[in-house]
Design a protein around this ligand. Structure first.
Ligand SMILES: *[C@@H]1O[C@H](CO)[C@@H](O)[C@H](O)[C@H]1NC(C)=O
Ligand SMILES: *[C@@H]1O[C@H](CO)[C@@H](O)[C@H](O)[C@H]1NC(C)=O
Length: 315
């Protein structure tokens, strides 16, 4: 009798040592926000209602909220990603891996983490209104507003200066399809994580991205902040060589032509593993109705379906 009890105990021992819990989650906030703003704290607690006991880490560049918010505008993106990779590697709860949710620019930054580090590894990556193919414009001018057009042109030229590329976050994912050569040589961040530069293509990036279980790309249907909004789905704007700035202004205010993901060289030639991932069924296109980051309750089904899976962690 005593022997039987002992035997049962010994057999059950490995199970009692196993720990079942929701897969942890890492959030990366968007521009103008900070890691522990009231909005982010509220979001965290709403996720905990969906997935009780989930461990959530909100990525920060600076511990002080004001400085963290500023770091969304000013800083060197490559260095920020190095810093976040160190931060994530030091969190014991994350060591077996996690799901990631990136808001707006936080989405392409988490993707850069996956491509360059992925240690600990990301399982599902969800990006809301992110700029995976960059932004190709600053807010539009009215037709015939030539002063506005000139200001836009000047900004675009300065955007690829070495100062801007080391200090202005948005400049580091500004991708001007009318000026691709300058972008490829001068931009410090996006051409790298998109493996657009033939000479500097990195196979680790594609291997890591293709190792995701799912990449969930969410576009805001009425997004007027991200130009073009299809960047959230790896779309970019078509620009014909002969179009002058003014003609372009006209065209932009009417209908814009978009190269969809499946026609991008980046996709067709599988520079970053996106095609491999898609052919495994791992790229999910979805939408939220509304303007940029007007997320409402659109997050909930995504968080329910793609995060917080109960997994076994052996202690
Ligand atoms: C490719 O990326 C990995 C991961 O970031 C890095 O360790 C490696 O040095 C890179 N290789 C080249 C040739 O740049
Ligand atoms: C979530 O999963 C349910 C059930 O499979 C499905 O009906 C719904 O469309 C999914 N929603 C999202 C946003 O993934």
């Amino acid at each position: 009798m005593a022997l039987t009890i002992l035997l049962i105990f010994v057999l059950l021992l490995p199970i009692s040592l196993a720990n079942f819990s929701p897969r942890p989650l890492v959030l990366w906030h968007g521009l103008g926000d900070s890691y522990a703003s009231p909005g982010m704290l509220e979001f965290t607690s709403m996720i905990k209602n969906v997935h009780p006991n989930i461990f959530i880490h909100s990525v920060y560049i600076e511990e002080e909220l004001d400085k963290d918010r500023q770091a969304g505008f000013y800083g060197n993106v490559n260095r920020q990603i190095d810093l976040v990779a160190e931060q994530l590697a030091e969190i014991p709860e994350l060591r077996v891996g996690f799901d990631g949710v990136g808001f707006s620019q936080g989405g392409q930054f988490l993707r850069a983490y996956v491509e360059r580090y992925n240690s600990p590894p990301v399982h599902n990556l969800l990006t809301f209104g992110s700029q995976h193919m960059g932004i190709s414009d600053i807010p539009l001018c009215r037709p015939f507003d030539l002063i506005c057009q000139a200001a836009r042109r000047a900004t675009k030229q300065a955007v690829y200066s070495s100062w801007a590329q080391a200090n202005l976050v948005q400049a580091q994912y500004f991708r001007d399809p009318a000026n691709l050569e300058t972008y490829l040589t001068a931009s410090s961040f996006l051409p790298s994580i998109n493996n657009e530069d033939t000479l500097r293509r990195n196979g680790t990036y594609s291997k890591n991205l293709a190792s995701l279980n799912a990449l969930v790309l969410i576009m805001f249907t009425q997004d007027k902040t991200v130009v073009p909004k299809e960047s959230s789905w790896f779309g970019s704007e078509v620009v014909d060589d002969f179009s002058s700035e003014v003609q372009r202004g006209f065209r932009l205010t009417s209908s814009r032509s978009i190269v969809p993901m499946h026609l991008q060289p980046l996709y067709v030639e599988d520079w970053i593993g996106l095609r491999t991932l898609n052919e495994q069924g791992g790229v999910i296109f979805d939408i939220c109705e509304g303007e940029h980051m007007q997320i409402g309750d659109c997050w909930e089904a995504f968080v329910r379906n793609w995060t917080g899976e109960i997994v076994e962690n052996l202690r």
